[in-house]
Design a protein around this ligand. Sequence first.
Ligand SMILES: NC(=O)c1ccc[n+]([C@@H]2O[C@H](COP(=O)([O-])OP(=O)(O)OC[C@H]3O[C@@H](n4cnc5c(N)ncnc54)[C@H](OP(=O)(O)O)[C@@H]3O)[C@@H](O)[C@H]2O)c1
Length: 338
Amino acid sequence: MARVAILGATGYTALELLKILARHPDSEITALTTRQDGKPPISSIHPSLTGLVSVCCENLTADQVGQRADIVFCALPHTASMEAVPQLLDAGCRVIDLSADYRLTDPGVYEHWYGHVHTDPTRLVTAVYGLPEIYGSKIPDAVLVANPGCYTSTSILALAPLLAEKLIEPDGIIIDAKSGISGAGRTPKLANLFSECNESVTAYSIGNHRHTPEIEQVLSDVAQSPISVAFNPHLMPMDRGILCSIYPRLKSDKSVSELLAVYRDFYAGQPFMRIVDHIPATKDVAHTNFCDITVRMNRNQLVIFAAIDNLIKGASGVAIQNMNLMLGLDQRTGMLMC
Ligand SMILES: NC(=O)c1ccc[n+]([C@@H]2O[C@H](COP(=O)([O-])OP(=O)(O)OC[C@H]3O[C@@H](n4cnc5c(N)ncnc54)[C@H](OP(=O)(O)O)[C@@H]3O)[C@@H](O)[C@H]2O)c1
């Protein structure tokens, strides 16, 4: 039985981790952290966990967490993670970091996009990028897994098969992405107030969204050549879900059914990848760890559509997939398959 801790247990991704861990047969929750005073029961913070998880949250140091856990999920904002992770690893824990702190391999790129000097740069090259469908063979032995971003997972999973097979051009790829508000976390921000985003759709961070270098880094690795994307995110007035409509330039004369066959081959045996004939919707994957993908030709333009739940396949579900692989378990352990 693996002893599991969550740092930042009061947040949205932590809630989804806890829902899965509550039914996970091979793990036990031994520590939950918050900066709040006292020891609030987790059900007082996430009432949906009442009767399911009875652990209290505590203001623990990383060293104290290290004494209680074998695996630690860091569900903290970036910069807070890279303060805690070195201490957790020194204490002998294996860490799955949900923040962006260990996703980019180049500390200069991190500093450019995140505006902070990385304080633990040597681990950027040893951390394993936690997207099992791409790096599954590296995850079982990893001590530090950099869990992917939500937009990034969707975009990478949608593009990887066609780039690996060199069926699309490496540049001029346009990613039109739409996300629900929970993508920004539970920590209050003005732009995420109900009265700011209800009944409204807007694009944001055009040209400077921090998921851009992460998408390009992984896809360049997949393609074994530099890939560039124009990433255009939009905030949607819904709780959860991501839909990406992606416009690459096709290099081959393959038909839609031949392209779908490429996807089905690439993701053969991957339990959470569904290559579908219909156009995916966020509702089809809400509260699940599935990623639904299809392609269409519109005149001469190839369009790829991909949908996930940002809090599950985009964060906590893939984090549990990673934990399962690290523990030598079936990826589906603890996961709902419908
Ligand atoms: N939301 C998503 O869809 C999503 C998807 C992929 C990845 N992620 C990443 O996953 C991480 C967690 O996201 P989330 O959506 O769960 O965020 P969240 O709902 O805002 O929760 C983060 C938690 O971290 C704690 N915290 C905040 N600032 C802190 C600090 N400076 N030092 C220590 N603890 C701090 C807070 O708990 P207390 O105030 O109780 O201490 C807070 O509840 C983030 O790095 C995020 O970028 C999120």
